[in-house]
Design a protein around this ligand. Structure first.
Ligand SMILES: C[S@@+](CC[C@H](N)C(=O)[O-])C[C@H]1O[C@@H](n2cnc3c(N)ncnc32)[C@H](O)[C@@H]1O
Length: 305
């Protein structure tokens, strides 16, 4: 029997009562991070590149999500981690997905329903907002919390990690992932476009210019120990994808948080920014014209006593 996850009945963001969050302006654009991912949701993970799904599958595997478990997937996006987690727990388990973007939770809900994963519930909520309680399993904490590629978007990752720690049962685990380095050469594309925007791509995506130190395994390890976790396993994986051509790459960047950079380019300068990127991409093209891309993904599995 599926064990349902319940949120307090008066929680304003319960599935039945989802409503768009009020827009906030910031470097990530209208509506802040929620607005950014609302605009990306239509194409997010839909341009034929297996980076997010591959990272999601690896996160669930590293977390050793097992049949019958209860999982919270924080920053669920369109389900890259949530769907493999739901398959791993099976009908005897339960998965709750949370995302600040209503368009993202909407797509996850549709995808879960389309795959017959009836033991999935989704919630539109900000994991950093103390007014938004995390949904809890009826009988204590989660067996696992997964948060794939979420950490870099948080203003107070320490506080969020503390909330995830509290949401776990004793002995439960938190599985995190974050992107590392791109293959050598790809930095030139960022450099070529930087002069067209008001800040670095990372600053604009994360909405916290100059205040967000890069995520390194050492920093994440420190943060999770500070949040009360007892031990941490770290993993690093090299993920590969191929863009058919520069237009495919362009389409992909708009489907991700990197779109915040393009949106920040002042009116009229976007064609020149795109042309500068394409010039830099020429050096990366394979003989058949495609663009092989390599990205490091980092994973941390954190254990609660
Ligand atoms: C890069 S996407 C990763 C999505 C998914 N986990 C995956 O691996 O593809 C980051 C997601 O985190 C969500 N997000 C960012 N800040 C959030 C917050 N404070 N609370 C909840 N979700 C948040 C975004 O809306 C977005 O869907």
């Amino acid at each position: 029997m599926p064990r349902p996850l319940t949120a307090p009945p008066d929680t304003p963001w319960d599935t039945a009562a989802e409503a768009p969050r009020p827009a906030e302006d910031g470097p990530a654009g209208d509506g802040g991070i929620a607005g950014l991912f609302d605009r990306a949701a239509a194409t997010y993970d839909r341009v034929g590149i297996d980076l997010l799904p591959a990272a999601g599958r690896l996160l669930v595997r590293h977390a050793r999500v097992a049949a019958g478990e209860r999982v919270l997937d924080a920053g669920c996006g369109t389900g890259a981690c949530l769907l493999p987690a739901a398959r791993a727990v099976g009908p005897g388990g339960a998965v709750a997905g949370i995302d600040v973007s209503p368009a993202m939770t909407g797509r996850t809900r549709e995808r879960a329903a389309g795959h017959g994963l009836d033991w999935v519930r989704t919630y539109t909520a900000d994991v950093e907002d103390p007014h938004d309680a995390l949904p809890a399993p009826p009988d204590g904490g989660y067996d696992a919390v997964t948060a794939g590629m979420l950490l870099s978007f948080l203003r107070r990752p320490d506080a969020a990690l503390g909330r995830f720690h509290s949401a776990l049962r004793p002995g439960g685990r938190l599985a995190l992932s974050w992107w590392g380095e791109e293959a050598p050469g790809w930095g030139r594309v960022v450099e070529a476009t930087r002069p067209f925007g008001p800040g670095t791509r990372e600053e604009i995506e994360t909405d916290v210019p100059g205040q967000s130190p890069p995520l390194t395994p050492e920093r994440v390890e420190r943060l999770v120990y500070q949040a009360g976790f007892a031990s941490v396993e770290l993993y690093e994986e090299r993920l590969e994808a191929t863009f058919r051509d520069p237009d495919h790459w362009w389409e992909w960047t708009w489907s991700t948080a990197a779109r915040a950079f393009w949106e920040s380019v002042p009116d009229g300068r976007l064609p020149a920014a795109r042309a500068a990127a394409y010039r830099a991409l020429e050096a990366l093209r394979a003989p058949d014209g495609s663009l092989p891309y390599v990205l490091t993904a980092h994973f941390a599995v954190c254990h609660r006593w």
